[in-house]
Design a protein around this ligand. Structure first.
Ligand SMILES: [Zn+2]
Length: 375
C-alpha cells in the first residue's frame, strides 16, 4: 500500500528544517504515517496529530527528551505549511513527468542521452535480478549481451516522489557519458559530474533551487555522516572546483569526451593540477553558483543535542544562564549542561560566572544551520 509517508516526504523536501538526519526523523514519526493511506488530507491530519502529541509536555521542566519532541514539532509545523501548498499527485505519473522534463532539460544543455527510457519494475531484468540496488542503468552493451532494453530501471518499492527524480537527474549524466563507450567503471569524478550537472543543474532547472538545496542537505549533508553517500560528496567537491575554474563549458566537454578523459582529469586533480587542463572556460550559471557554494560551504558539523539546540534560541551576549533557564521552564541541570555543550563541543559561546560572556550564535543568520542531533 502506498502510505502517507509518500506525501509527507515531499512536504519535508520542500521545507528547510533543523533536524540533522532525515532517517532519524523518520525513525521517530514514520510509522504513524505508514499506518495511514496516501493522500494530502490524511497527511495533514496525521501531521496535526503528531504535532499535538509532541507538544503536550505538561507543566514540567523541559529536558533533553522533551526538547527533542518540541523541536520535531516545530519542524513539522513548517512541513505542514508546505504540505498544504503541495498539489495532490499520482506517484507514478510524477516520476514519468519529471523524467521527461529532465530529458528535455538535458537536451537543452547539450547532453546527448539518446533514446533513454525509464522503467519502474518490481524486479530488475536478468542477470541483475538478485542485485540489491534501487537503480540500474542498462546501456547499449547490456541490450546486445542480455537483450535488456536501454534505459534506467527503478525499483518500484524504492521510488520516492521528487527524491527519485533527483537521483534520475544524476543517472542521466551517467547515461550521456556511457553513450561514449568505455569499459571503465563509472565512479570517481564521474559521480561528481553526475551530482553537479544532474542533481544540481538539471534538477534545479526542472524543480527549482530551493527544493534542490533541501535535497542536497537532507541526503548529502546529513549528520552523522554516511560513508556511502560521502563518496558522492567528495567527488562533487572535485567537480565544484572544476566548475569554478572552467564553468559549465568545461564540464560539458568532459561529458562529451567520455569516461577515459574524465579518468585522466581525475588523476590530474588528485595530483593537484586543477589549473591548465585543456578544457574550454565559460558559462557560469547563477543558480549553480549558489547551490555549489551552499554544498561546499555548509557547516555540516554544527550539530548539537536537542536541548542545546533548544536553548541556543534564548542565548545572546549578557544572558544569565540561570534566569534564561527559569524563564523558559528548562530543567536547570540538563539546561546548564546543554549550554556547556555549546561552549565545549563547538565553541559557539563563552561562559563566565554563569553569564554568556560572548556568543557566535547571532553570526549564524540562518537558523537551520545549527541543527539538532537525531540518529
Ligand atoms: Zn552515480
Amino acid at each position: 500500500m502506498t502510505t502517507s509517508r509518500m506525501f509527507l516526504l515531499p512536504a519535508i523536501y520542500h521545507t528547510r528544517c533543523q533536524f540533522s538526519s532525515l532517517k532519524g526523523l523518520m525513525k521517530r514519526i514514520g510509522a504513524r504515517f505508514d499506518a495511514v493511506p496516501f493522500g494530502k488530507e490524511n497527511t495533514l491530519r496525521t501531521l496535526d496529530e503528531a504535532i499535538g502529541d509532541l507538544e503536550s509536555v505538561g507543566d514540567v521542566a523541559i529536558d533533553q527528551d522533551m526538547a527533542e519532541g518540541l523541536l520535531i514539532a516545530r519542524d513539522l509545523r513548517g512541513v505542514k505549511r508546505q504540505a498544504e501548498q503541495l498539489s495532490e499527485f499520482d506517484k507514478d505519473d510524477l516520476l514519468l513527468d519529471d523524467f521527461h522534463g529532465l530529458v528535455e532539460e538535458a537536451a537543452g544543455m547539450g547532453f546527448n542521452v539518446g533514446d533513454v527510457q525509464v522503467f519502474t519494475v518490481e524486479e530488475f531484468p536478468e542477470p541483475f535480478r538478485e542485485m540489491d540496488w534501487t537503480f540500474f542503468n542498462a546501456d547499449k552493451s547490456d541490450t546486445k549481451k542480455y537483450g535488456i532494453p536501454f534505459g534506467i530501471y527503478v525499483k518500484k518499492t524504492a521510488a520516492i516522489p521528487f527524491y527519485t527524480s533527483f537521483l534520475l537527474s544524476h543517472e542521466l549524466i551517467h547515461v550521456a557519458i556511457g553513450l561514449r563507450g568505455s569499459d571503465k567503471i563509472a565512479r570517481g569524478l564521474e559521480e561528481g559530474l553526475a551530482e553537479l550537472l544532474g542533481c544540481i543543474c538539471l534538477f534545479s532547472r526542472l524543480r527549482g533551487s530551493s527544493l534542490t538545496a533541501n535535497l542536497m542537505i537532507y541526503n548529502r549533508l546529513n549528520y552523522p555522516p554516511n560513508q556511502f553517500w560521502d563518496v558522492y560528496l567528495d567527488n562533487l567537491r572535485q567537480a565544484i572546483v572544476l566548475y569554478q575554474l572552467y564553468g559549465l563549458s568545461g564540464l560539458r566537454t568532459l561529458v562529451e569526451k567520455g569516461r577515459d578523459r574524465i579518468k585522466e582529469t581525475e588523476k590530474a586533480i588528485l595530483e593537484g593540477r586543477y589549473h591548465g587542463l585543456s578544457l574550454p572556460k565559460g558559462e557560469w550559471d547563477p543558480d549553480v553558483d549558489k547551490l555549489t557554494a551552499l554544498v561546499s560551504g555548509f557547516p555540516r558539523n554544527y550539530v548539537v543535542s536537542p536541548l542545546a539546540r533548544y536553548v541556543a534560541d534564548f542565548i545572546s551576549k549578557g544572558t544569565s544562564i540561570q534566569d534564561m533557564l527559569r524563564q523558559n521552564k528548562i530543567d536547570e541541570e540538563q539546561g546548564a549542561e546543554a549550554v556547556h555543550e555549546l561552549a565545549k563541543k563547538l565553541f559557539l559561546v563563552v561562559v563566565n560566572e554563569g553569564v554568556i560572556a560572548n556568543s557566535d550564535l547571532t553570526t549564524i543568520s540562518d537558523p537551520t544551520v545549527l541543527r539538532y542531533l537525531l540518529t
